[in-house]
Design a protein around this ligand. Structure first.
Ligand code: PLP
Length: 373
């Protein structure tokens, strides 16, 4: 295997981030404080939302949102089959059961028609995932949720800066959750964020994330809560990253155009189709190829790091006990999820980080063109 010359991800951290974090340390305010407050206001403004709170990462942001909406043991939450495992483990973390929903054959976003068949008396919520930097069809999701009286927790971990019909991802449902992990559109190293527009939900989020109290200094805890706080070093980093968001978006779309130029006329590959009414801030360059996994091996040998498409949740070893064959409540037969299975078999993800250079994309294009199955 060649040394990796083109990594899957490189965070775009520069002097400004280093100075901002250093200044936080110099000011000797390292716990969640003034920078976190400033970052909260900036994020809420970007997302056009009333309230937002931090969480240590996207998975815990989802769990926090579910807890605030009082979803727990005995409840079922509809989750698309194609997503990062954290969407579903967050549901399990609060004691509820994730129920896997087949995805659209083209966009691989949640298929609400399939979801219809899965609704039962235990179904309490749906968790649409805005996959790979595009919003799913939130008109359909919201209509579906309304019809069945379900809560909506949007997994917008990959969708900072993405909007649907002019409204920011995460700002449709009862809560929306984001990740600031190192490979996300903006990063704080690790980090998460929950947004909502309801003051009651906000209050619950505040209590749950800070040991059941609003003020930090008190040892009186009116509610049961935990510690989901972040640090001001992270917030300082995030504030600088947020200032770069427009440039990050511009660069990612430019890089995607380079890929399209490089692979123009290459019959064997296709790109992820655009979701109608959604903007696009590519999380990865998603390609489809009949022999995607062999192509990934070929790229690895050429020193190019790729990633597979998300492995369908219904096939995850960690969820095997949910299958009815093992006494669980779900039918996890592959036949129910042909689109999610095909996505995994034919999809692959290529780098699209903001500092990826034109000649590196040319190198990737040459390697793809040189592949024969
Ligand atoms: C769709 C989705 N949901 C949830 C998560 C979890 O976020 P984190 O890694 O910050 O816990 C991720 C992270 O990749 C994600 O892509």
């Amino acid at each position: 295997m060649a040394d990796c010359t083109i990594p899957q991800i490189t965070p775009w951290i520069g002097d400004e981030e280093i100075a901002a974090v250093s200044q936080t340390l110099a000011d000797n305010w390292i716990t969640e404080g003034p920078r976190a407050e400033e970052f909260t206001s900036a994020l809420n403004q970007l997302m056009g939302v009333e309230y937002g709170v931090f969480a240590p990462n996207g998975t815990l942001a989802l769990a926090l949102a579910l807890m605030a909406l009082e979803i727990g043991p005995g409840d079922q939450v509809l989750v698309p089959d194609t997503t990062f495992v954290g969407s579903a483990t967050a549901v399990q973390m609060v004691g509820a059961t994730p129920v896997f929903v087949e995805v659209d054959p083209l966009t691989f976003q949640i298929d609400t028609e399939h979801a219809e068949a899965l609704v039962n008396e235990h179904t309490r919520a749906v968790m649409p995932v805005h996959l790979y930097g595009m919003c799913c069809d939130m008109d359909r999701v919201m209509a579906f949720a309304k019809k069945h009286g379900l809560k909506v927790v949007e997994d917008a971990c990959q969708a900072v800066g993405v909007s649907f019909n002019g409204r920011h991802a995460g700002n449709f449902g009862d809560a929306g959750c984001f990740s600031f992990f190192a490979d996300k559109t903006i990063t704080t190293g690790e980090g998460g964020y929950v947004i909502c527009n309801d003051s009651g939900v906000h209050e619950k989020l505040l209590l749950l994330r800070n040991q059941g109290r609003i003020d930090r200094g008190s040892f009186i805890h009116p509610a049961v809560g935990y510690n989901f706080r972040i640090t001001d070093m992270q917030a300082a980093l995030g504030l600088v990253q947020l200032k770069k968001l427009d440039e990050i978006k511009r660069r990612k779309l430019e890089i995607l155009d380079w890929y399209r130029e490089e692979l123009d006329g290459c019959q064997d590959v296709s790109f992820l189709p655009l979701q109608e009414n959604s903007t696009y801030v590519p999380f990865r360059t998603v390609l489809f190829h009949d022999h995607a996994h062999d192509l990934m091996t070929h790229l690895e040998a050429a020193g190019i790091q790729s990633r597979s498409f998300f492995h369908p949740l219904h096939k995850q070893p960690c969820f095997a006990s949910l299958d009815k064959s093992q006494g669980g409540p779900l039918d996890l037969d592959d036949a129910r999820y042909p689109n999610a299975v095909r996505g995994y078999e034919t999809g692959l993800c290529l780098p699209i980080f903001p500092t990826l250079r034109r000649e590196q994309v040319a190198e990737i294009g040459t390697a793809i063109r040189g592949f024969s199955a």
